[in-house]
Design a protein around this ligand. Structure first.
Ligand code: PEP
Ligand code: MG
Length: 538
């Protein structure tokens, strides 16, 4: 047995086989070789294996998602045979006498950069493909097999770190738990783990060379421990605790259909945070009164090009229809900071959290924004949609947004496409927005307080920096006073104020939020019934 401690981001328990995902950007080591030709042969054999894997993926995709979506795997097969790419790998092995994996990694990076620098959009998007095929070759060379996550068996994922786009591509039904060496409790990967109800530990000091796919892992999100190769006694204990958890869950189920009301009759809305269409099921299963935060940027992650207006419209329509008249608050694109997407070409920034992100991108690239707004407005015909704008700092920004929304509405009027006027609200997640919330309240229909970013910007603590977790105090008086101030200013102008940051689900604060007059809490679906229980016990 090997036991490690970590920070728990979702309190749950899991037991099952390990799947190690390695981050090749940092894991591939340069090694000297005496036999360059042997390394080149390895590359050739890995190429053949990669083509086989891709053929299988092509066949699967063809059956499941049709020819046009499967075509990408054909493109990858062709790229694997590209003479320039292969020659570059071979030359590097021969001239520098290095190992095959290293030559593939460096060549992959060089080619990806070359593509990314091209003018043509199609060629630019090929950068991600080159990275993909290079990573596939490296996995094979390192004996890790095919990391096709769509066909994996239910597993505990062990990784150095996971990006939101990697996480979002995984089949949630197959993930028993996450264990990562890095990551912070407020990262979007941690948020996703909570949203998916998945036991997750971060900051676990593992040597990934010692942990192998196929080992067994027991994750205890309550104690913050993971044990590899647990003995029979521990397995039995873990299984019985899993049964207890199920029992608690069953008791919470009894709260379905009940009101979110305190014993003295104060009511609060409990909505769900979701990241994609598939999460609506979790929201309904947990009796959400609505969707308080649909992080629409997840539609943009894990893909190679912008989602079209039609794709977005279908997603928003489906969520609105599935929620059947319950409120669905869709937040416009909040890309940037830790949510990086190659095709946005955002470039490297010194301080990405304080950089070019969210509404700043939308206001300076209005074409991207307008595509999303058109999709959102069209979807208003299918349910109770409200729109929310992230990272607001000023009245001017809101006025500029409204001018763009008006333009889009006029364009739709011109071509006779129907829409309803949605409620429009803003995220309060910068100290600036808090301080002028009296002015902002006069402009918008509602406020939703993003405590994750508000805490980051108020306490000057990068939410991605795990070293600062001990200083990240979301219960800080400054934050609580800000929340009160925002609620008061909203009410002064007859508007409502909710919380959609992770703090909304903090059961120690439920009473305080109700006393402050917070009107709505939007939380991970798995937390709705727990918060309802806390409200009803007040
Ligand atoms: C927040 O900042 O609290 C929030 C809800 O937005 P996100 O976590 O997506 O930045
Ligand atoms: Mg935020």
């Amino acid at each position: 047995m090997m036991q490690f401690d970590g920070k728990s981001v979702y309190k749950g328990i899991a037991l099952g086989p390990v799947l190690v995902l390695k981050n090749h950007d940092t894991q591939v080591r340069r090694k000297k070789t005496e036999d360059a030709e042997a390394e080149i042969k390895k590359v050739e054999a890995a190429g053949q294996e990669a083509r086989k894997q891709l053929q299988k993926l092509y066949d699967k995709a063809l059956r499941e998602v049709g020819e046009s979506n499967a075509a990408i795997f054909e493109v990858h097969q062709m790229m694997l045979e590209d003479e320039d790419y292969l020659e570059s790998i071979h030359n590097m092995i021969r001239t520098e006498m290095v190992n095959a994996s290293y030559a593939v990694a460096v060549t992959g990076d060089n080619f990806a950069e070359m593509f990314a620098g091209m003018d043509d959009d199609y060629m630019k998007a090929r950068a991600a493909d080159v990275r993909d095929i290079s990573n596939r070759l490296i996995r094979i060379l390192e004996g890790e097999g095919d990391a096709d996550l769509s066909s994996m068996a239910p597993s505990v994922i062990v990784a150095d770190d996971l990006s939101p786009s990697e996480t979002v591509q995984m089949d949630k039904e197959k993930i028993l738990g996450f264990v990562t060496v890095h990551g912070s409790t407020n990262s979007h990967t941690a948020i996703l783990a909570r949203m998916m109800n998945i036991p997750a530990l971060i900051g676990v000091p593992l040597d990934l060379e010692e942990i192998h796919t196929g080992m067994t892992a027991a994750v205890d999100g309550f104690a913050g421990t993971v044990t590899f190769e647990p003995d029979g006694e521990l397995c039995a204990q873990i299984r019985s605790r899993m049964d207890e958890e199920l029992e608690k869950r069953r008791l919470l189920e009894g709260l379905k259909g009940k009101e979110n009301v305190t014993s003295d009759g104060r009511h609060i809305e409990l909505y769900a945070n979701i990241g994609n269409v598939g999460d609506v099921g979790y929201a309904l299963e947990n009796d959400a009164g609505g969707i308080g935060l649909f992080r629409s940027e997840f539609l943009y992650l894990g893909r190679e090009d912008f989602p079209t207006e039609e794709e977005q419209f279908q997603a928003y329509r489906q969520v609105a229809q599935t929620m059947a008249g319950k409120k669905v608050i869709i937040r416009t694109l909040d890309i940037g900071a830790d949510k990086q997407v190659d095709y946005f070409q955002l470039g490297k920034e010194e301080n990405p959290a304080m950089g070019y992100r969210a509404i700043r991108i939308c206001l300076s690239q209005p074409d991207i924004f307008k595509t999303q707004l058109r999709a959102l407005l069209r979807a208003t015909m299918y349910g109770n949609i409200a729109v929310m704008y992230p990272m607001i700092t000023s009245v001017e920004e809101v006025n500029r947004i409204f001018a763009i929304v008006k333009e889009v509405q006029e364009e739709l009027d011109e071509i006779g496409i129907p829409y309803r006027q949605p409620d429009q609200g803003i995220m309060i997640e910068t100290p600036a927005a808090v301080m002028i919330s009296d002015e902002l309240a006069q402009l918008v229909d509602f406020f939703s307080i993003g405590t994750n970013d508000l805490t980051q910007y108020t306490l000057a603590i990068d939410r991605q920096n795990a070293r600062l977790d001990e200083f990240y105090d979301p219960h800080h008086k400054a934050i609580l006073r800000m929340i009160k101030m925002v609620a008061d200013n909203a009410h002064k102008y007859g508007k409502w104020a909710g919380i959609c940051g992770e703090l909304g689900a903090d059961l120690e604060l439920t009473g305080e939020f109700v006393r402050m007059g917070i009107d709505e809490l939007s939380v991970a679906p798995s937390m709705i019934l727990r918060v309802r229980k806390a409200v009803r016990e007040l």
